[in-house]
Every structure is written in structure tokens, then in C-alpha cells.
Design a protein around this ligand. Structure first.
Ligand code: URP
Ligand code: ZN
Ligand code: ZN
Length: 466
């Protein structure tokens, strides 16, 4: 047995902050005791990690990533190996990625394919949601089996007709099934049918630059789809989790539904909190770097997102990490914005960007831990194994230096992508030591992990229902 003690830090969970030492045996936390207390002083250890002047937080849980996702004739540039290594560098110790059901195929085939991509390659622990692209009698029955084996959430799309899109009837059926079996439906809420009309009109009139991606994916078409998804979930009697919320009017729909006591939840992402349509409008083809869906919005939407995070109308910040290199991938859409593969890199940056929000006084330290670790763990059935520091929890722990400064840049990041969406941004705070199930995988700017250390996690059903 290996005993590790983390001494002298400020332990921060979603619930409390305390000056405490943490005792770890092998992969688990076994005890916390006030720093300097007799109990803590008496602990013997094979390894002592000095956290003086630092925060000791549960590792980040990124509940929305797309490693190796095939999209738009290419594939996301991070593999499970490179993407989970980058996650570790940024203090994220669990990812929940999306396995994809192809049209005409079963959920099982999709899930098996994603297991094959991830197994033996991950630096940190991982789990899967299931993307349902083909709601049929068979795939509805398969949902029950997946929930039983620990894949307890299902993403459906109101966007991307001909690819992932499901019509309202199919969505209702999946929600009814989820209402019965405990599976949580996650919704990409944009009116894809209307958007496709606007795309066609924009291209026909010569509006082909990346910034038109933001214009055709109109804010009201996100709000309308969010409203419709909420009503469908209400009819089905099921909970609903809306992914990558970017529009103020969509937040208002979520807030109104929650005010009516519904189990409706919302996730936003760092790109919507820190970037805007100004980035999409950067000169030349630079805006392609910022093409994702839902799209970046005018800057004034950010205030509503931050407010939603403070009032708990939004509960989770995930990355929607889906990187495509500028060279050779984003470039597929030169002259036609609709051919730019959708997605931004960010799995390495989320914890630091949200810590910067703490520094800027937008959220508290505990809220930082809550939206980035504890709530995603609860929402997706991983708590308290993940998302907290408590006896019995996995020792997924980040010793975080709140006074370190760093400049985010493609020259120094570890994601397998040739640009940073935050190039040149200076932030305060950095993970100095990262433990994954008791193993130190990052220490003082050195990567000590290995592919295959990360283990597949089965999940319970949502633990966040009201
Ligand atoms: N978000 C994005 O632009 N790409 C990934 C696929 C999705 O989440 O819709
Ligand atoms: Zn989506
Ligand atoms: Zn996504």
C-alpha cells in the first residue's frame, strides 16, 4: 500500500473550504484532518506533497468532450491519448465523451467503437454519453440496456439535419424512454431545419465568410429550440439537460422552466463566457478558428451566462472540446462557412479560465469547484467517487497554485491542435500537481502519466434531480 499526504493546503470542495491535510491510501482518500492537528501530524506517508499557499481541489470533471469525433469530412484532432493528457495538464481528471450511433446502426455498435478508441489510451478516467442519431424501436430498447450498464445519458440533436438530427416525435420518444429508465436526455437545442434555410440563402447571396456562421445560427433559433425541448420534456415527464447554451434568451427559457419547478438543467462552455462574435469576425479566414455550434454570440450575452452560473439557472461548465486544426481542417470551409468543421479546443483551459473568473470576482472559489467538478459528477452519476475530496472518494486531486501566472498559447499547450482560441490571454492560476486515483500524473511542469492509466467509469443515473 502507498500512503500519500498532501500537507498545508486550503482544501476547497463545493461545500466548504478548510485548512486541512489529506491522507490517501493507494487510489482513495481515506481521511482529512485540520492542518497542524495531532491527527495530521501523526500520519506517516511514503510521499508528502507540500501544498503550502495552494488550493487542494477535486480534479475537474469535463462532461462534454469529443475526442476523435468524425465531423464534416474530417475528425477532431485530439485522440483519447493526446486529449486526456492535455486534460491532465489543465487539472481535469475525468472526461465524459460522446459515443456516436450512426444512422442505420445500433447504439451498441457505436458504444463498442468508442470503447475501442479509448481503451488503453487514456491518461485520466473517462466515461461515455451516447449520441442517438437514429431513434427506432430497437435503439429505444437499447437505451434501457445502456442505462443498466452505466451509460446513463443520451444526447439528441435538434440541429444538423441529415447527420445527427432527430424530429420532435423521435425526441419525445427518447425522452419518454429516459423518463422510464432514468437516462438523462441531453439536448443540442438549435432549430436546424430553419438554420439550413438561412445557410442556403446566405451562401446564395455571397455571404460565405466565417462570421455568417454566427448570423445564420440565430439566437432566437436557439431560444426557440430550448423552449421546445423543455416543453417536450415536460410532456414526457423527463428531466432535460441542455448542452452548450450560448444565448441570453436560451438562459431565460431555462430560468423560466426552473422557476416552474422543472428538472431542467443547462451547461455553458468557456468559449461563450470569454469569446464573442468579434472573434468570428476576425480578418481574413481567422474567424474559422471560432466556428462552433451553438455559435459564439455578441459580447452582451456573456453577462446573462455569468448571471445564470451565479443563480444556478446554469449548473455546469464543460468544454465541448472538439478541436480541428486551422491548417487542413478549418480550411475545408474557405469560401463556404458551412463546410468549416464545428468545434473549439479547450479541455486544457477550462479550470484555469474559470479560476480567472474567481480572480475577477465573478464566481466564488467554491462555485468554481461546483460548476467544474462537483455538479458535473452529480449530474452524470459519478459522485462522490468523483467531484469531491472526502473519505472514500477517488484521489483525483489538483494542487492548484492561485498565484502562478500563465499565458495561454498554442506554443505551450498540450492539445493536438495548431491554434489556441485564447492565444495570448494571461490568466492567474495553474495546476502544480495533479493526482489521478492517487497517482501523480503532473508535477511541477512535468508529465508523469501514461496512456492506459485512465480507467473507464460506469455511471449511476443523474443525482441532481429536484
Ligand atoms: N459544438 C460543436 O461545434 N461541435 C461538436 C458537436 C456538438 O457538440 O454539437
Ligand atoms: Zn452539440
Ligand atoms: Zn459537443
Amino acid at each position: 500500500m502507498t500512503r500519500t499526504v498532501i500537507r498545508g493546503g486550503l482544501v476547497i470542495t463545493a461545500a466548504e473550504e478548510m485548512a486541512a491535510d489529506v491522507l490517501i491510501e493507494d487510489e482513495r482518500v481515506v481521511a482529512l484532518a485540520a492542518g497542524g492537528s495531532r491527527t495530521a501530524e501523526d500520519w506517516t506517508a511514503d510521499r508528502v506533497i507540500d501544498a503550502t499557499g495552494k488550493y487542494v481541489i477535486p480534479g475537474g470533471v469535463d462532461a462534454h468532450t469529443h475526442m476523435e469525433l468524425p465531423f464534416g469530412g474530417t475528425a477532431a484532432s485530439d485522440t483519447f491519448e493526446t486529449g486526456t493528457r492535455a486534460a491532465a495538464w489543465g487539472g481535469t481528471t475525468t472526461i465524459v465523451d460522446f459515443a456516436v450511433q450512426s444512422v442505420g446502426r445500433s447504439l451498441r455498435e457505436g458504444l463498442d467503437a468508442w470503447h475501442a478508441k479509448a481503451e488503453g489510451n487514456c491518461a485520466v478516467d473517462y466515461a461515455f454519453h451516447m449520441i442517438m442519431s437514429d431513434v427506432t424501436e430497437h435503439s429505444l430498447k437499447e437505451m434501457d440496456l445502456l442505462v443498466d450498464e452505466g451509460v446513463t445519458s443520451f444526447k439528441l440533436f435538434m440541429a444538423y439535419p441529415g447527420v445527427f438530427y432527430s424530429d420532435d416525435g423521435k425526441i419525445l420518444r427518447a425522452m419518454q424512454q429516459g423518463g422510464d429508465n432514468g437516462g438523462l436526455v441531453m439536448m443540442h437545442a438549435e432549430n436546424g431545419i430553419a438554420i439550413d434555410v438561412l445557410v442556403e440563402q446566405a451562401l446564395a447571396s455571397g455571404r460565405t465568410d466565417p462570421r455568417y456562421h454566427g448570423e445564420v445560427r440565430h439566437e432566437l433559433l436557439e431560444a426557440e429550440a430550448t423552449h421546445r425541448a423543455i416543453r417536450l420534456a415536460e410532456v414526457a415527464g423527463s428531466p432535460l439537460y441542455v448542452v452548450h447554451v450560448s444565448a441570453a434568451s436560451a438562459v431565460a427559457e431555462l430560468a423560466a422552466a426552473r422557476d416552474r419547478g422543472l428538472n431542467v438543467f443547462g451547461e455553458t462552455c468557456p468559449q461563450y463566457l470569454f469569446l464573442s462574435t468579434d472573434n468570428l469576425a476576425e480578418p481574413g479566414f481567422e474567424g474559422a478558428k471560432y466556428v462552433c455550434s451553438t455559435p459564439l454570440r455578441p459580447q452582451e450575452h456573456q453577462a446573462a451566462l455569468w448571471r445564470g452560473l451565479r443563480t444556478n439557472d446554469l449548473q455546469v461548465v464543460s468544454t465541448d472540446h472538439c478541436p480541428f486544426c486551422f491548417s487542413g481542417q478549418k480550411e475545408l470551409g474557405r469560401g463556404d462557412f458551412s463546410k468549416i468543421p464545428n468545434g473549439l479546443p479547450g479541455v486544457e483551459n477550462r479550470m484555469d479560465l474559470l479560476h480567472q473568473a474567481v480572480v475577477d470576482g465573478r464566481i466564488t472559489r467554491r462555485r468554481w469547484v461546483e460548476i467544474a467538478s462537483a455538479t458535473p459528477a452529480r449530474m452524470f452519476g459519478l459522485y462522490p467517487r468523483k467531484g469531491t475530496i472526502a473519505p472514500g472518494a477517488d484521489a483525483d486531486i489538483v494542487v492548484y497554485d492561485p498565484n502562478a501566472t500563465q499565458t495561454l498559447s498554442a506554443a505551450t499547450h498540450h492539445m493536438n491542435v495548431d491554434y489556441s482560441a485564447y492565444e495570448g490571454l494571461r490568466v492567474r492560476g495553474k495546476a502544480s500537481t495533479v493526482l489521478s486515483r492517487g497517482t501523480v500524473i503532473i508535477d511541477d511542469d512535468t508529465y508523469l502519466g501514461r496512456p492506459g492509466h485512465g480507467r473507464y467509469q460506469t455511471r449511476d443515473t443523474c443525482q441532481y434531480l429536484i
